[in-house]
Design a protein around this ligand. Sequence first.
Ligand code: NDP
Length: 786
Amino acid sequence: MTRITEILSSMDYGSAPEDTGIARDWLARHAGGFGHFIKGRFTAPADTFPVSNPATGEILAHVSQGGAEDVEAAVRAARAAQPKWAALPGHDRARHLYALARHLQQHARLLAVLETLNNGKPLRESRDVDLPLVIRHVYHHAGWAEVAAEAFPGAVPAGVCGQVIPWNFPLLMLAWKVAPALAAGNTVVLKPAEYTPLTALAFAEIAREAGLPKGVLNIVTGDGNTGAALTGHPGIDKVAFTGSTEVGRAIRRQTAGSGKGLTLELGGKSPFIVFADADLDAAVEGVVDSIWFNQGEVCCAGARILVAEAVAAPFEAALRRRMARLTVGDPLEKSTDIGAIVHPVQLERIRALVARGVAEGAVLHQGAAPAGCFYPPTLATGVEPASGLFTEEVFGPVATLTPFRTPAEAVELANNTRYGLAAAIWTENVSLALDIATQVRAGVVWVNSANVFDAAAPFGGLRESGFGREGGQEGMAGYLGLAAPRARRPEAVPPAPDALPVEGLPEVGIDRTAKLYIGGKQARPDGGYSYAVAGANGPVGLAALGSRKDIRNAVEAAQKAAAWAGQTGHARAQVLYYIAENLSARAGEFTERLRGFGAGAGAARAEVEAAIRRIFWYAAQADKISGRVPQTISGHLTLALREPLGVVGVACPLAAPLLGFVSAVLPLIAAGNRVVALPSQLHPLAATDLYQVFDTSDLPGGVVNIVTGARDALARTLAEHDDVDAMWYFGAAEGIRMVEEASAGNLKQTWAEDGAARDWAGPQGQGAAFLERATQVKTVWLPFGA
Ligand code: NDP
């Protein structure tokens, strides 16, 4: 007979498999195959493909491969339903979502078992993590539907949303996408992942049962081609995608210039930093919850463990002991820690990446895993920062372990990645934790915790982890917006600047060429060329013809001015006030300059006056840009901090050469960004006259850099530049497409709009919307309590 002491030492549990009856009954009801869910009903199954259980290989169902015509039908249904859904009072939409949440709660067991059968994740996770989060998300957003009109005054829904989700959290990702979209008054066409469409189809049935109006939610199943047909469909107003960086990049290119809103939640290779004073046992459990959660198929998993050298050996030993005790196997078994990898293709991908890591010198430590579509928990040591195992997203239960000596080295290693999704920081020293939290480049930071989520907390990344946030106020804002301004006469593409000599320049001293402004100094253009700036009565001066090299220099100068982001809002405000005062002192000169371009005396005076006021306004805002403390789960303080984007390229509109420049550049620097600005190509001298104003206003060199010349050629270089974090472009339609396409390289976020659409002198030219665009949210989780 087994003795209790033996059980305690082995901690083996008896078998306790989950009963799959309820999911089997549901599958049996659909034995004939699934069609798409369009306009409140399932279409006849057609062109089906099998969907299987990765743990056993058993075929669970047959699902239809959606073609262009299916996507078309779904988009049409969503379009037809959208005006009525949006016109419902928020309270009525809220009631629909409350009802949906209730029905999901009633069917939680079916959904959890189905998720585990189809995805391979342990039932314990689908039941205790995924489903509660799904339900919480729908309730939370029912609340947003109720209060959206007051919380987002004047905002309108995006329209019809095309949403494409991955296979790692099939139902949770659906809830993250569908709940805010519907709450905001949008209708949806969603494509689940090819491997894991079943809970989305069950969700559709449940939504129908809960009385969601027809056409509000549509699900089209299929593979990547179906996804591409959806994201490329001209009837879609907003695309929301979660998945790989590679596909995210393709979607960025595909949607360039289409006017579609876009949020991308992409891959990650997140650092998990353990300092010497951390509670090491807790940190070991943190790793279990991070990279060994959901088979490591988690975009924000702490895949790169960085540990202080002083505790690296005991930490590694403890981790390996813990790893050896993880149970890998039948996902339905309630004691299983790690289930099946979603598909043999993904298993092969993991194996190939690990094999490459070993070839590059990694030493593997692994737990046990049964035969089949399973992969053992793995710790890789001796991994060089340049190795593929350190840089590539594995999306499996594989972590690297790298020692560091100092906090500075930890930050350097943490930020040594193309990604920027999440980070975990383990230390008992709160000052150190917060110091590191501000330095790591990530959208989400967990202190002494990992993989904590809540519907009220914004989630999302930066750099190649994408842009946009899901959850909370920011997530809602992504599905709402003020109606974009429309140009009565769209901005034209300016003629190419002409570098040939001109006649009739006014007499203004020896060197009449306005230079570039780089790193706080006037700089001659690399090519040495200049172009004539036209005025009302012939040329009024020469401006430098900037080149790619000048842009690169300006970006480098802006990168070096990073200290600006660390200044207090008060300090930045002081500089901005000073700029406003100095511009004020020289208002007459600037008015004359604008008159030279052909503006009437009154209009020129008004533009200068408006520019001065605008600078004062952003100075006033500089110390008021603050985040929020969203209410999330108990025992956690969750901070939604607003951080600058970094280095931002700005292509200014042609008109309002002074006010347009000030309107775009000032909110960015007020928020702590550094800027490389391309002033109005036609009248750049209004901006180049600002050099002296900046020089006399204590603006640190490199915070504002100005490169004059051919706007679109220079904008392309900026949009392609990997050290530029965001791009604002106020120009013509062709340029918008070009900038959005070129931005796909490092997936920088863009704000591209017709330069003539805004009335720069009116309320549209200034406001909180600019400051919101100038910042991004970093969510920091701080647990408290014994
Ligand atoms: P994908 O990015 O290919 O899949 C995500 C979703 O996009 C799926 O629904 C997919 O369809 C669809 N899709 C594929 N191609 C296109 C396209 N051109 N246009 C629109 N939609 C498209 O990820 P994979 O499933 O192929 O996984 C590959 C790797 O991506 C993983 O190993 C992992 O590293 C990473 N990944 C990251 C995720 C994250 O959350 N950050 C989630 C999933 C994967 P289909 O299902 O047919 O492929």
